[in-house]
Design a protein around this ligand. Sequence first.
Ligand code: ADP
Ligand code: 5GP
Length: 199
Amino acid sequence: MTIDVPDTVSRVLVLSGPSGSGKSTIVDRLLADSGVSVREAVSATTRSPRPTEVDGKDYYFLSQEEFSQKQQRGEFVECAEVHGVGDWYGTLATEIQLAHDENAWALLEIDVEGALAVMDHYPDALTIFLLAPSMEEYRRRLESRGTESQDAIERRIGTAEGEVQRADRYRYQVVNDDLDRAVREITEILLAWEEKIHA
Ligand code: ADP
Ligand code: 5GP
């Protein structure tokens, strides 16, 4: 595979894709063994934690009021209401700074609206849109993950269609068919960009 890398690069990796495309699974793999120093930017959200989620690790879980205070103080690089049910999500500027202080890539797992705002802020960001091999596969994966109600799954599938239409705004589109293959493809892209930084 030939990887087209721009002349200037920012150590900001944006990963988007419909719910169920496999973002979290792939992020875990990249953090564990990509061979490149990567630090996940922990997002803030107003949604409630799932039973296994830990505050400060999976998200900073904030009340609506705490979230809008941060928004008013300009602490977010971007923020958006995702899935249209009143849940807000945002990337804190301090999280990107923390990664860069460690000479690491800041990895942002965010929705398309947020990603477009980050692209304005960091035009040299590495942006990847992750896809499942078919629309039916999103539903299958969300049902097998079992963390959402049927209603929430339907909303997420509804959001997916609009998101997929904007996949071409990203520098790379990766199909997560076979997990190992998709992780390898993303790792190769990341390594090519890292090489450019050291060139
Ligand atoms: P997202 O973070 O994009 O919502 P997840 O990483 O939670 O997606 O993945 C959704 C579900 O699909 C999980 O149960 C995960 O184990 C499973 N999954 C991830 N990648 C694959 C794959 N390549 N093939 C089959 N199932 C997968
Ligand atoms: P979940 O509720 O499943 O954790 O995440 C729902 C959606 O919110 C996902 O599509 C995820 O990419 C997006 N998301 C998570 N963090 C952020 C963020 O900081 N900003 C934006 N814009 N979207 C986010």
